[in-house]
Ligand binder design. Sequence first.
Ligand SMILES: [Zn+2]
Length: 542
Amino acid sequence: MTTTTSLTNPTAQLSRQVHRAQAREAARALARLTPQVQNRGLTQTILDAASAKAAAAAQATTLAKAQLAEAELQAWRKDLDARLEVIFAHPEQNLGEIEEQLARSVKEPLRLLAQRAAQVKANAVPCRCPKCHRELKQQRLLCRTIHSRFGPVTIWRRYGWCPRCGQWHFPADYALGLGRKAPASPYLQEISALLVSKMPAEQAVLVAERLGLDLSRCGLHQEAHRQGLKAQEWRAQFVGQLDTWEQIQQVARAGDGGPPTQPFTLVIEIDAWDIRERDHWGKTQELRQQGKKPERWHWVYMATVFRLDHRGQTEGKRAVLTQRGYAATRLGVEALSAQLYREALARGLGQAPLVLVIADGALWIWNLAKDRFPQARQRLDLFHAEEHLWAVAHDVYGHGTPQAQAWVAPLLQQIRDDQTVAVIASLAELKPRLLEAQQKKVQTQIEYFEHNADRMKYKEVLEARKAREEGKATAEQKQLANHPVGSGAIESACRQYQCRFKRTGQFWTTPGDEALMCLETLWRNGRWDQLYPHARSSATLN
Ligand SMILES: [Zn+2]
């Protein structure tokens, strides 16, 4: 191929060598010119670029319809035919290849349509301040490239200065749901948030790539973090809806699904787990030399809330919840308390005749329950109570010995029969016969049972379950049999969060984990569409 043919035929493919040779020749020609001529050449280049840009802007800002030109449609058809031909020529290629090729073939036409549709939308937005709605001054045009589901799209938007707010505004960016500086479209914002709240960012990039999305260009991790901050803002506003008594009344009346037809029991389970954070990024070496550890463990406080009538059983008799709410935070018990209260109101706290709080024996939990849900019935998780008895049995009689088993068996039964007083008496009786260290341990357990005695009522539920199994349950017992005696629902929730936030070798910062945890909770609470309204339309459209 020669340089001459390539000039007469601009679509011809030039080899890299030819390109280089042309560039060298052009540089030599430029060097031969006088400085004045050189400057004139440069000026002309700049002017040409400016007029091309002005033409593009003029064309974009007058666009009124998003469509493909006949030539573009034909190019797409040609591309599609070529791809299909390749598939048909290869008998070993299956439906997977057909899916891949078709998806690739439509990407460019869809990108063009997305760009034009966004442009039409931008053109229709009045150039007013999004905050105070006044006409913006010193209006100008600027283009911006956004990464969309179909690839990069370039949009021209009018912008201007609001003297009242003292800010430059791009009203079309607000209308299109674009971040101030971030390059991701709302769909890619959502997918970044979804993927990174479910898996580490480095895996998410690869998964996205297989789904045909180029998220690496959006700075996946930063984008997810930005979305997490947005989720936190939304949550603050959601929780803040309870600032006045009238607001609380209003929210309590409404709940999430309107007034219920049947009275129901609302169950609240609370727990905590720890997360590893690195407090001083970049100073690990320095801190180690000073003999300090660079990481710390912090508590993540969690709660779940559900209606008992939303609990069912799988065919394998496993309990499942069809609807439930979550609260999770690294920001302390107070923060959990506010989030949980709001979630409980949304899930029917205002309508439930009975509220049941179930947890292990941690003091902060019962303080929270007393503070936020003073009318609620409190129940100590049965399995935690049993574990405390087993701890004494193993300590005194040896781990797994028949003596330990023999000592603990009647006491376990007493717990199930609501005879906590008898359990405490047995422990008190055991104590004087022990060594001093063991006495201390037993005393701790005595205090544990004394503090929790009122919360250890299991008998009626266990009896109701037995009656149900024997087919003798009364209507009231049928209801009671469904009451949980353990806090399995929150324990499984904690484990699920830990699958993402407590991996080997993983370190967090408080702003980092809180933001992602907030996204995860928003998703689980079924409120994803509050942040991503387009997600709602994808569920209803077909
Ligand atoms: Zn303004």
